[in-house]
Design a protein around this ligand. Structure first.
Ligand SMILES: Cc1cc2nc3c(=O)[nH]c(=O)nc-3n(C[C@H](O)[C@H](O)[C@H](O)COP(=O)(O)O)c2cc1C
Length: 367
């Protein structure tokens, strides 16, 4: 018997995981105000359903950069999934593939991007890039992603340093998780070429080099211009919260943006992602797709985000709770429920297709 509600998945995951991994997924930066704000932002919007609109034939497909996807949902990049379940990303990626939902592989995954691609067949996959200090390693990873059939690069831009996460500091958990987040590095020819001994001979030395290059505090718009010269794949920037930055992204020839505050894990006190979304959509004016994440828990949240201008959404923590509880079956269970909820909410709101959803469907709750 698998859970149905987000709260029960989280509760069951709490029972299965020790403090280290549970707090790693459930926690946020600082006092976790932004994590809470992400949810409160959804609560402030109410759906005002249409009636008598004949919703018998429904269509939840979305089109992004010329590709049609079966639903408006993608799986967010989440690092180190072996700490939640031994099958790690392979379970999540297989579950995504079974529903033809795009899976975004994290740079800091527990399995290499090639291993993950190998279990996905032709199902859509994007590669999330943490841009390291070593440009050889960064460009090598982009080459590998192209070769392994990833069809977009998602550059995470809200991570110049690791957020101040009090639960992780208390648990002193970060080192324990390191060994589970370097598969893409130890398998990378450019990374290996920088080590006197192979990672198999000396894993501590490999971890040392990983730590030296992983964070890149110097990242700037000129690096995005450089990436543009390095790949023909569409480039998304993940972690945009300011309209001016969205404008810059368009000006720099980026193909899409993801409005996100990293699930409240980076800047505590940062604006809720849903609150940032309308202002960003206003300046982007549909020149490029605007996706969003941070706080998506149910189908109604997806409908609200789409109504406020998102072309699609990323789901994060919910699928990790599914993974922790029941591996691939758990992730598939979470996704199936979410998709059913999206379809029901769409129809019960009197809308037949995602393209019929706009801000006229919502009213802001009066306090
Ligand atoms: C445990 C965990 C690990 C994450 N790892 C990454 C990562 O490797 N790369 C990345 O861009 N975002 C990462 N994120 C952020 C997610 O991609 C996404 O933005 C966030 O989970 C959205 O918030 P929500 O899950 O509360 O909806 C991670 C989030 C969590 C919870």
């Amino acid at each position: 018997m698998l859970p149905v509600s987000f709260e029960e998945w989280e509760y069951r995951a709490r029972e299965r995981l020790t403090n280290g991994p549970f707090d790693y997924v459930a926690g946020g930066a600082g006092g976790e105000e932004t994590m809470r704000a992400n949810r409160e932002a959804f609560h402030r919007w109410r759906i005002q359903p249409h009636v008598l609109t004949d919703v018998a034939e429904r269509d939840v497909t979305v089109s992004l950069l010329g590709h049609t996807f079966p639903t408006p949902v993608l799986l967010a990049p989440i690092s180190a999934q072996a700490i939640f379940h031994p099958d790690a990303e392979l379970a999540s990626a297989k579950a995504a593939a079974s529903l033809n939902i795009p899976f975004i592989t994290s740079t800091a995954a527990s399995r290499s991007m090639e291993e993950i691609a190998a279990v996905m067949g032709n199902s859509p996959r994007w590669f999330q890039l943490y841009w390291s200090k070593d440009t050889d390693v960064t460009t090598s990873m982009v080459r590998r992603a192209e070769a392994a059939g990833y069809t977009a690069i998602v550059v995470t831009v809200d991570f110049p340093v690791y957020g101040w996460r009090e639960r992780e500091v208390r648990n002193a958990y970060f080192p324990a998780q390191l060994q589970q987040s370097i598969a893409n590095y130890v398998s990378d020819p450019a990374f290996r070429a920088k080590l006197p001994k192979t990672p198999e001979q000396d894993i501590q030395q490999a971890i040392g080099y990983f730590l030296r290059i992983f964070f890149n505090e110097t990242l700037s718009w000129k690096d995005i211009d450089f990436l543009r010269t390095q790949t023909k794949l569409p480039i998304f920037l993940k972690g945009i919260l300011r309209p001016q930055d969205a404008q810059q992204a368009v000006a720099h020839g980026v193909d899409g943006i993801i409005v996100s505050n990293h699930g409240g894990r980076q800047v505590d006190g940062a604006i809720a992602a849903l609150d940032a979304l309308p202002g960003i959509c206003e300046v982007v004016q549909r020149k490029i797709p605007v996706l969003m994440d941070s706080g998506i828990r149910r189908g109604t949240d997806v409908i609200k985000a789409l109504a406020l201008g998102a072309s699609a959404v990323l789901v994060g923590r919910p699928y990790i709770y599914g993974l922790a509880v029941a591996g691939e079956e758990g992730v598939a269970g979470v996704l199936r429920n979410l998709l059913a909820d999206i379809d029901r909410t769409l129809a019960a709101s009197g809308r037949k297709s995602i393209s019929e959803i706009d801000s006229s469907l919502l009213v802001q709750e009066r306090r």
